[in-house]
Ligand binder design. Structure first.
Ligand SMILES: [Zn+2]
Length: 407
């Protein structure tokens, strides 16, 4: 476990530096006066830190602020290209890579396909090769990378780097981060994909206006991620957010987790096919009969005005609203943000689900806002990269910190 640093002068200096650098990173371009107001640091301390950051090329001076009559102020902005990060999302049959700057803006993106159920050493080698490609193509060295972040569906212990269980990939106790760490001598982070997405939502999305919210993902699986006081809550072993395995029908369908009637068995892509089986006799002419149904094909059918597609979306709305009510009653969040591939057909189920979910314990007194994420699919890999980026900007309170702040 990480040990806390001794509270001495150098810690205070690093903390002050962290406060200034994060103010410039998050609010920049920003004037010196605004930084002083925000950080409450004394003028001389702040000036000294800013001078150091400029000398180190971490911060640039830029243009002038709009004059409001007084002297024009030079603005400071963070040098996003000071270093880079790599985010990787592991899918069932392909890897998505993003090479990003320090604000997680994507500079380059690549997708590499493999046979699903390939062994993990092949996947690790594909990752290593592609990271070398980025290094070569952008003429940088490993020291220019702050780290590598990986996102994967399933139960991940981000502290140990172990994927404890991923039903989608059929992985059980797999450590894919260690070989990459050894190859590049870089910090490698790994987390559940919804937690990774949540980091992007924190940075670019609802995190800007809310510090207490939940993301629920709908697609191949059903997952969730919780932000409490601006931090992703992971539970003791990294398993917080296995929301798809909350039971909504004790006598329901068998789930791969061993229980019956999990939310996921009614709402995942696979579940849509089971839902369809219950209605196909009533809608023999449906274009969905005989098709592998997922949210995409279901949406296309609904756009063709297929009657069974409407009925299936009605089912989705019914089950989703139960899930939403359970989330609201358990966490009383300010906002629930829906994410994931199911949103392709959101016009067919979101409004109804939200309406139904209003029938929760708090009705009439507290209203939880339910919204869909405004971030696109890139948020998965940006969030993966943010695991590495966020780490270097954390207040340097631990002994073994990988930090741009401690210098
Ligand atoms: Zn389950």
């Amino acid at each position: 476990m990480n040990k806390l640093r001794k509270a001495d002068k150098s810690l205070i200096k690093d903390l002050n530096r962290s406060t200034v650098i994060n103010a410039i990173r998050r609010k920049g371009p920003i004037s010196r006066t605004e930084i002083a107001q925000q950080t409450k640091l004394g003028q001389s301390t702040m000036t000294k830190i800013i001078d150091e950051l400029i000398t180190l090329d971490l911060v640039h001076e830029k243009g002038e602020a709009n004059s409001t009559g007084g002297r024009k102020a030079i603005l400071l902005e963070f040098n996003n290209l000071f270093a880079y990060a790599i985010g990787i999302k592991i899918m069932q049959d392909h890897l998505i890579f993003a090479f990003t700057d320090l604000q997680a803006n994507i500079i380059d993106k690549r997708e590499i396909f493999y046979e699903s159920s390939s062994n993990t050493s092949l996947i690790i080698n594909l990752m290593i090769d592609t990271i070398y490609e980025f290094l070569n193509d952008f003429h940088i060295e490993t020291k220019n990378l702050v780290g590598i972040g990986i996102a994967v569906s399933g139960l991940v212990n981000s502290k140990t780097g172990m994927v404890l269980r991923s039903p989608l990939l059929d992985w059980d106790h797999i450590d894919i981060s260690q070989p990459i760490k050894e190859e590049f001598s870089l910090p490698v982070f790994i987390d559940n994909d919804v937690n990774a997405y949540m980091l992007a939502e924190l940075e670019f999305g609802y995190g800007k206006t809310s510090n207490q919210f939940i993301c629920i993902s709908l697609g191949d699986g059903i997952g969730a991620s919780f932000v409490i006081d601006n931090k992703v809550y992971k539970g003791e072993y990294g398993g917080a957010g296995e929301f798809g395995h909350t039971v909504i029908n004790v006598d329901g369908r068998p789930c791969h987790c061993g229980q019956y009637g999990c939310l996921e068995t009614y709402l995942s892509n696979r579940a849509l096919n089971l839902n369809a089986q219950e209605f196909s006799a009533r809608y023999p002419k449906s274009i969905l009969n005989g098709q592998n149904i997922n949210y995409e094909t279901l949406t296309l059918a609904a756009r063709e005005k297929d009657e069974m597609a409407f009925v299936l979306f009605e089912q989705v709305s019914k089950y989703l609203s139960v899930g939403l009510i359970n989330a609201i009653n358990s966490f009383n969040p300010k906002t629930i943000v829906l994410i994931g591939e199911a949103l392709v057909g959101k016009e067919f189920f979101i409004n109804e689900s939200i309406e139904r979910a209003k029938e929760n314990f708090f009705r009439g007194s507290i209203e939880t806002k339910i919204v869909t994420s405004n971030l696109g699919n890139d948020a998965w890999v940006q969030g993966a990269a943010l695991q590495a980026i966020d780490m270097v900007f954390q207040p340097p309170i631990y002994e073994e910190a990988n930090s741009l702040i401690s210098m």
